[in-house]
Ligand binder design. Structure first.
Ligand code: GLN
Length: 242
């Protein structure tokens, strides 16, 4: 009887350890995004959807991570990461050298570029070189803002939302808008009278950001990404969204 009691006790301890271990594994990982960047992330009937959302959900499934997505302003994402309000940023975010000083990025998951949007009637702007003397709309803190601000003789007007910049372009308040290629294509197809200027563009790589000290999480994101690429799931998502 005594022996049975002891076995029971051991079993109880083992079971509770397993239960605690399980809980540890299911720690929620908070993911920050800015759902104003179609087709990467946008709101559809109140739900955050898009390529990045499918990608992070698939990576999490592959790596056994439990995630919760939070929508916030784009310029609030990296501060929220640093202050541990979120653990991951996926937001069509370009892995720039400047950002790499404060966070670590995963492998690139998409190559994009900065493009110029003008009115259909425009005949003067044919590339970044011809922006001199022009008034150009950019999104505050985006890579397009950095590119245009570094150009001499170009006046930039900064916006919080791409839609507002596109409206100003249509109403002749700016001569052009510089924006990431995919959202640009999206805006042009949804708005009559504007076009993307053909020609050279500034290439950049989108990647997922984590805190510098979260090496283990970064490894998981990279392995998940690699698995999705080799399984064909990544290609499937590209076809679905682009
Ligand atoms: N790729 C751009 C950047 O990183 C814009 C990203 C976005 O608006 N979501 O600045």
């Amino acid at each position: 009887m005594k022996r049975i009691g002891r076995i029971f006790l051991v079993l109880l301890v083992v079971l509770s350890l397993v239960a605690c271990g399980g809980k540890e594994e299911k720690k929620v990982v908070y993911v920050g995004t800015n759902a104003e960047f179609p087709p990467f992330e946008y709101l559809e009937e109140g739900e955050i959807v898009g390529f990045d959302m499918d990608l992070i959900n698939e990576i999490s499934k592959d790596q056994g991570l439990e995630i919760q997505i939070q929508d916030m302003s784009f310029d609030g994402l990296l501060p929220a990461l640093q202050t541990k309000k979120i653990d991951i940023v996926i937001a069509g975010m370009t892995a720039t050298d400047e950002r790499k000083k404060s966070v670590n990025f995963s492998e690139s998951y998409y190559t994009a570029s900065q493009v110029i949007i003008v009115k259909d009637s425009d005949t003067e702007i044919s590339g970044f070189d011809s922006l001199k003397g022009k008034k150009v709309g950019v999104m505050l803190g985006f890579t397009g803002d950095v590119v245009v601000s570094e150009m001499e003789g170009v006046e930039s007007k900064k916006y919080n939302a791409a839609y507002a910049a596109i409206m100003d372009l249509k109403n002749d308040k700016v001569d052009a808008v510089v924006l990431d290629s995919e959202p640009a294509t999206n805006f042009v197809s949804g708005n009559a009278g504007i076009k993307v200027v053909e020609g050279e563009a500034e290439k950049e790589e989108y990647a997922i950001a984590v805190r510098k000290e979260d090496g283990e999480l970064l490894d998981k994101l990279n392995s998940g990404l690699k698995n999705l690429k080799s399984s064909g799931k990544y290609e499937e998502l590209i076809k679905k969204h682009f």
